[in-house]
Ligand binder design. Structure first.
Ligand SMILES: Nc1ncnc2c1ncn2[C@@H]1O[C@H](COP(=O)(O)OP(=O)(O)O)[C@@H](O)[C@H]1O
Ligand SMILES: [Mg+2]
Length: 359
């Protein structure tokens, strides 16, 4: 008869290619039971949006099925998102992911909103902070189902949107006609306060929509809060890419990890002939990522339904989940989640090593 040790030994041959270790050493096998040739266990992934979910399950099943005496393999999939360890971390918030761009108007907020919802659609708990103090567009792009409210003292319960997504934006607290006239340093403070006053609860990912460029707000935020990493959004246009690279270098200087680059408005599908039009040129973003050894996370088409959905407050992921743009957002969200797992684990290992050395 097959034993638990034999099953674990077999499972040790299954690698998580992203984390670079086998799934047993990574602690992903839980509640293993072997009874009369029936093997059951839980495969605990590091994110519910795991891009490798089906590959890992298939490989685990195959190696166990091959063992002598195994009649049946029952695998349950669960997930537990790794926290990015930091002394300054926000209670309950496991990972903070900033979305940045060089130029405005490249679709940073659109990407932030749709990535947030894509992760939530995979059952991750997600929050969204609109850090674009001067041009907060999130409340317009994303329907608010319940507004934020104060819960005693200066604590704030964030607004709620689709799929339990928690939202904070200065636009939810000021009226549309009141211009925000804070000066640079105050902007950074305002964002930090909004971030810290909110009762986010337990969330896996907090997405932060930064203002465009390399201004004070992005700078002070990157220094004040422990970001797992930053996602850079650009269009294929040379001018946009050049400024995006400037932002990218700023984050690298601040020791913020680059999660990767998203190419938005990448191409247009001609509604008449179905052919692919590369309106802003093609290939440059990918090439640049390879040259700089930075992950290229994927491309999102320029599509009327993306803009229309944004204008209506029902993002394309919700309104037209089967559209090519939505599929692209889901695929990219999985890549982001995968990269975040890698970065959080790497940081945990570094932190452990440091504390061992100091002991
Ligand atoms: N992939 C896309 N296809 C079509 N329209 C888009 C796309 N991405 C963004 N837009 C539109 O472009 C405009 C600018 O996008 P926005 O997300 O507000 O940019 P940013 O936050 O970078 O300033 C919005 O009207 C938005 O709906
Ligand atoms: Mg914006």
């Amino acid at each position: 008869m097959v034993s638990e040790e034999q099953v674990l030994q077999a499972l040790k041959s299954v690698m998580d290619p992203e984390l670079g270790k086998d799934i047993v050493s990574l602690g992903m096998i839980k509640d293993l039971e072997v009874k009369d040739g029936v093997v059951s266990f839980v495969l605990e992934l590091t994110t519910p949006a795991c891009p490798l979910r089906s590959v890992l399950e298939k490989n685990a099943r195959e190696v166990v099925e091959k063992l002598n005496g195994v009649k049946e393999v029952k695998i349950k999939i669960s997930s537990r998102v790794l926290s990015y360890p930091s002394e300054k971390s926000l209670p309950g918030v496991k990972n903070i992911i900033a979305i940045a761009s060089g130029k405005g108007g490249v679709g940073k907020s659109t990407v932030a909103v749709n990535l947030t919802l894509a992760l939530a659609s995979k059952k991750a708990s997600v929050g969204l902070l609109d850090a674009d103090i001067y041009g907060p567009t999130i409340p317009k792009m994303l329907d608010i189902i319940r507004p934020p409210f104060y819960v005693g003292g200066d604590r704030v319960e964030p607004a709620l949107s689709y799929m339990g997504v928690k939202v904070m934006s200065i636009g939810l607290f000021t009226s549309e006609d009141t211009p925000v006239i804070w000066r640079g340093p105050l902007v950074g403070k305002a964002i930090e306060e909004m971030l810290k006053q909110a009762d986010w609860g337990d969330i896996d990912y907090l997405i932060v929509d930064l203002p465009p460029g390399t201004g004070d707000a992005s700078l002070s935020l990157a220094q004040a809060i422990p970001l797992t990493g930053v996602v850079i959004v650009t269009t294929p246009q040379d001018a946009a890419l050049r400024i995006a690279l400037k932002a990218l270098r700023m984050f690298q200087k601040l020791n913020v990890e680059i999660i990767g680059v998203i190419e938005n408005m990448s191409y247009l599908i001609c509604p008449n002939c179905g052919s692919r039009l590369e309106v802003f040129g093609s290939g440059n973003v990918y090439k640049t990522c390879i040259e700089l050894d930075i992950p290229y996370l994927g491309e999102i088409p320029l599509a009327p339904e993306v803009r229309e959905s944004g204008d209506l407050g029902r993002p394309v992921i919700i309104r037209e989940p089967e559209s090519p743009a939505s599929k692209a957002f889901i695929e990219i969200a999985e890549k982001v989640a995968g990269r975040v797992s890698v970065l959080a684990r790497r940081k945990s290992e570094q932190t452990e090593k440091k504390s061992e050395e100091s002991r």
